[in-house]
Design a protein around this ligand. Structure first.
Ligand code: BEZ
Length: 222
């Protein structure tokens, strides 16, 4: 069968996160009611009681203290009922001792998954893809990841990207390839000839050339 490209409007990086109300495992929530000084990592999974999703959700649960340390709320979602969510949380806790102690949206009417482009019909018409939305305290979407149904995400990369965004904001710098905490950061390149001449004479940073300069950070986020 020929694949027809979908043409759905999806939120993009830099957009304000569309507001919604939803039923979750921690009760009713409204995105705009989340604390104004917190980041939110909202992620979807295709289905409860499935193997890859169980490993991923367990990963979020086990690494939750690291999200807490980065001032970040976790918010899960799938197109399953609240009863399925509760049964799965209980089942995983009984089997492995891991407890999903964050809200998981029961998006049974697909309202939120459609709003966020998590339903990608050429991948699945009934299950959300593995999406991750990084939402900053101003409720702006800052980074989006989409993974297909058959490939689990990388928790190290999710945490690394979150810390990179926060460090970039705090210090007005950019993050090079594979940046991780403690590595040098990129000093924004000059935008005028005057700034370029100043950078050429500036010995305070490690310069490959005037447009590629790195420096150490004295402190990290937190
Ligand atoms: C899984 O989590 O294992 C899975 C879920 C939906 C489709 C394929 C795999």
């Amino acid at each position: 069968m020929e694949v027809q490209n979908t043409n759905t409007t999806m939120p993009r990086i830099g957009d304000f996160a569309p507001d919604f109300e939803a039923i979750t495992t921690k009760g009713k929530i409204k995105l705009s009611d989340f604390a104004k000084d917190r980041w939110i990592v909202m992620f979807s999974h295709p289905a409860d009681f499935t193997p890859v999703c169980t490993t991923e959700m367990s990963g979020f649960a086990i690494r939750k203290p690291e999200f807490d340390a980065l001032n970040t709320e976790l918010l899960g979602l799938s197109i399953d009922s609240i009863h399925a969510h509760l049964g799965w949380v209980d089942n995983v806790r009984k089997n492995t001792g891991v407890y999903f102690d964050f809200p998981i949206i029961a998006d049974i009417d697909m309202k939120v998954s459609k709003l966020y482009g998590m339903l990608q019909p050429n991948e699945s018409e009934t299950a959300a893809v593995r999406a991750v939305f990084f939402i900053d305290p101003a409720k702006k979407i800052r980074l989006i990841m989409y993974y297909p149904l058959n490939v689990g995400r990388n928790m190290n990369e999710i945490l690394r990207a979150l810390e990179a965004l926060q460090t970039s904001d705090k210090h007005k710098v950019a993050m090079p390839l594979d940046w991780k905490r403690g590595d040098k950061v990129i000093v924004p390149p000059p935008k005028t000839l005057k700034e370029m001449e100043a950078r050429i004479l500036d010995d305070s940073c490690e310069k490959i050339d005037f447009y590629l300069a790195k420096k150490e950070l004295e402190e990290i986020v937190g």
